[in-house]
Design a protein around this ligand. Sequence first.
Ligand code: SDX
Length: 428
Amino acid sequence: MAKTAEIIIEGKSYTFPIVEGSEGEMGIDIGNLLEQTGAVTLDFGYKNTGATTSAITFLDGDKGILRYRGYSIEELAEKSTFLEVAYLLIFGELPTPGQLSGFSGDIKNHTMVHEDIKKILDGFPSSAHPMGVLSSLFCAQTAFYPESLDPNRSKEGVYLSIVRSLAKMPTFAAWAYKNEVGHPVNYPDNSLNYCSRFLKMMFALPAEHYDVDPVVAAALDKLLILHADHEQNCSTSTVRIVGSSKASIYSSISAGINALWGPLHGGANQEVILMLEEIKKDGGNVDKWINKAKDKNDPFRLMGFGHRVYKNFDPRARIIKKAADDVLSKLGVNDPTLEIAMKLEEIALKDPYFIERKLYPNVDFYSGIIYRALGIPVDMFTVMFAIGRLPGWIAQWKELRENKEPIGRPRQIYTGSNQRPYVGLDKR
Ligand code: SDX
């Protein structure tokens, strides 16, 4: 017997079907609620609203489960590579050796960007935040590849846009950094793997030999895997709603980059390090800052803590915390902010304020400590998040388009003035 939900409005009963997911999640299908009842739902921040059905990523916030296409994040972080995970997310299955080498080979063929992109880059002052430069350069691809604007693009054409996106994102990111530090840009070295190629574009200097540290490249690859998708988070929902208007993949993802930039979302990893530095400067007085985070009259929040979905722990935070330890000891880096972060976590997790609100470290709490140990500057942290999240954005955009989902157009409850007559300027 199919499950249903009953809503009673002013004594009248309405029944709606319940949709069950492959992991037993239930959703009330209110597709014809307005037509049946004349009412809409109201759900600020969509905390209780499912926007779609998706086969890409599964989260269980209570059990701290994260799976990409059914594979656990723990196994993928330990055994897979970022490009393999990107293939899995986008095409739905782990690639065969032939598929993976074809995919990474196609990506290598598109790592260069049109020289005219440099003219756009040169227009940015070195004070420009790399996230703003990244979203602009990424969207500029619509100018260089106008065929991408075709809403009915062929499968082959969409594949080419996917490959170009993955290939050029690291180049755009490294160039945004070079623009900020006033150095000449580097061109991609296709003899290297995905992460090493990026690191060399980021840090190589003219007339200096640069060897990528394999420990750094491996740590970055793991971090990118951990950020690759996260179901209907703020930036992915942005990519989906822009894509639902049949905008190109480049403009949809550029919108996602901008949504990720916010300090409540991907921008939190940068804010965490600034917060830890502030606490360190303040003598490491963790209790004082915990109390500030609890004080409703104080705008300070414990950045990197709390999550809309995870209410016990963020599995990514656990993996990153362990990786932080490993990477810092391998690189011989002693970062006092790691101790401060661990002390913050230990005290917060025993504090009723955080326990009652189910606030735990999220993916951003420890990631900045590793990025810094890898030599990544603070305002490039969210750029790293964007590089990692790109396959997820692509996969979700592709799923929406293949499922021919309608344009996203939520309703509202109007609370403004009722009708009133116009009053001339002379009478106001
Ligand atoms: C990401 O959605 C995703 O999946 C995102 C992400 C991904 O992979 O895409 O996981 C990546 O964005 C992680 C989150 C990064 N952001 C931060 O670390 C910023 C700090 N955290 C918060 O601002 C907050 O926890 C959010 C934004 C993450 C979640 O906000 P919610 O779900 O809207 O919860 P809320 O703001 O309504 O808070 C509920 C209560 C409030 O207290 P009361 O009004 O009930 O008294 O918890 C409090 C909040 O004040 N609270 C915090 C807090 N986070 C929530 N108090 C102090 N410090 C915090 N960090």
